[in-house]
Design a protein around this ligand. Sequence first.
Ligand code: GLU
Length: 547
Amino acid sequence: MPGLPDLLFPDIDREPEYYEARYPARGLPDGAMVTRLGPSPTGFIHLGNLYMAFANERLARQSGGVFFLRIEDTDDRREVEGAAQAVIGSLGHYGIGFDEGPLPGGETGAYGPYRQSLRGEIYRCFARKLLAEGKAYPCFLTEGEIGGIRARQEAAKLTPGIYGEWAVCRDLPPEEAARRVRGGEPWALRFRADGGAGGHVSVQDGIRGRLSMPKNAMDVVLLKANGMPTYHFAHVVDDRLMRATHVIRGEEWLSSLPIHIALFEALGWTPPTYCHTAVLMKLDGGAKRKLSKRKDPELSLDYYMSEGYHPAAMREYMLTIMNSNFEEWRLANPLSPIGEFGFSIEKMGNSGMLFDLDKLRDVSRERLLTIPARELAEFMADWAERAAPDAARLMRSDMGSLERMLDIGRGGEKPRKDLAYAAQILGHIGYFYDELFRIEDEWPESVPREDIAPLLLGYLEGYRHGDGRDDWFGRLRALAEENGYAAKPKDFRKSPRLYRGHVGDVSAVIRIALTGRRNSPDLWDIQQILGEARTRARIAAAAERAR
Ligand code: GLU
């Protein structure tokens, strides 16, 4: 008659030592961190994944360690086809790459498989060991029975869960358990918690410092009735065998930390350094709340892709919210590559991290200034190919002009800082393209309606495309004077009765004619990019409209 371990795990013929030897310590230099990202392949990649990935990646990179991807796909109901490649693609867009994992070119790394669904044999081997040592047991409670227990616990205001007296299968005689297994009853494997009541575990959290938490008393499930491991069990086995040194994960896992510590202990292993980050919060009507998948489109990474936030801006902002000393560093090192900043776990906050779109935009406006126009033009065209294909065709047909459009007003002492993200930038430059040009604003109220056509026609007549900036402006002043407008705003302010307006009013008319808007960058620059024919055509069309 086989014992329970053989009965429950007839297929397992390897010993734990086999895996320990197959996945040996990595032999990296002291201080090298091995970190990982363990997304569930739900197809929804959010800001939390991005910032967690970024923190993990930074720590591995700057310590000369390893950053690997592990797909946590044991919950098959949630599996979405291609989700692993989607994670890799999205993170790649933000410049985050993995050293190991189920990468597009094939599985990379000596510590795989890197999909939990392919590691069943490994989990079962260690589950068997725990069972054999009396640290786990088969539990035959059905979902209905567990529901009943929960209801009774709730009625009695007790902590819900399977523990102590509620763990009815904990002390079943092995023969009875064996009989029920042989009889075909479904079973889950539960951990035999030794916590009991009282007692604390003390853990050093990389972000939060020393924590003292109540010891785990729950007989948590290690293997579900379908044979799949739970997160608790799978990640403990994986992080051991993949030799992770640091686990940076969300605060939502903090409460189950005592379970994980107990599992490491039961398996005779030293846990990695757990680092629990703060949750992403936003300000909503003055109050802080968690970002929500349902209410906040900005939680999804797709949002940043479709709005076209530059990856460099996103990385910059991530660091701004993740490391309290980053902004100071940036002020002192405005042009240094981000990789030179010493990212540290200790500087990560441990309470609600405020995510603020306005702040992201500010950071982005600053960052875009450091990106050469040529690169920005490529970025815009790439973005448009995904988000605005018609605009992409226009951009691609003349990349040189796109570059110039994006570069207007960016140089000098006081560069413009109004370009934040691609969708908004397209709004700013759209008028350069005849296909996107629209009259958005009215003629300026300060100019009498009957002056508009004559001003435009006069402008058209005097227009010399080859004029330099100063000559052009000289001509504009002359035009203003000829039409009864002051050549200088200050003359007009001194004696408003003498004039119909001033040169600024005249240029406002030209501006609407050329761009359709009241606000635009420098007109001379705009005309140089539009070229003579289109400049003239727009002025003529506007004069026609104003008649
Ligand atoms: N699969 C877990 C999640 O998606 C990973 C948590 C961890 O990093 O350990 O939340």
